[in-house]
Unconditional design. Sequence first.
Length: 226
Amino acid sequence: MNIRTPLWISFAIVVAMLAASVFALLHLPPGARIPIHWSFDGRPNGFAPAGYGVFMTPAITALMACLFAAIPWLEPRRLNLEQSAKFYRASWIALVVLLACVHGVGLYAAMHAGVPVGGLIEAAVSLLVIVIGNYLGKTRSMFLGGVRTPWTLSSEYSWQRTHSLAGKLLIAAGALGFAAAISLPAKPATHIFIGAMVLAIVLSVVASYVFWLRDPDRRNGKTVPR
């Protein structure tokens, strides 16, 4: 699988994050702390020392990029991963962009104390969910991505139909979360988004079992090819 494009994009984003970190470190007052966690009302409630906090997210982003780069060699169903390349690359790039957004929000919050920015993070996460949902229905059965239940992993019929449904559910949940993030206070917006995601996940898991029961190969006693 060709991973050069997401790898170079990841490299460029990590370099940009490090540059932003150095800039922030030079302009933050002595003893400043970087927010690393936000409450439901959009205000930071977890902090790290500036010297550590400004480099934590770039380090996590670099590690995630390395993990994505290793997945093609770790995935047992490599051919299926190759056939799911659009989903794989889009998820990789979208996650790296999300981490860059979180990093930027954290630096901004550290330099502008008291500004609620939790809604921005939820909006970014919602967009990530929409991107994943858009490509999810085009995936093939694999162990390192998608709705991995005993039924989808043992039935290509269940996998394809479950992921077609799950993709639509994730797009709907992401759109609802984004709309809530830009129009409602952070706390109720977060509750709406989490509720929509939980519902999408539960429906997808239940659907995977229902589709497995309907698999013609299983019902006819045939072995599903892998």
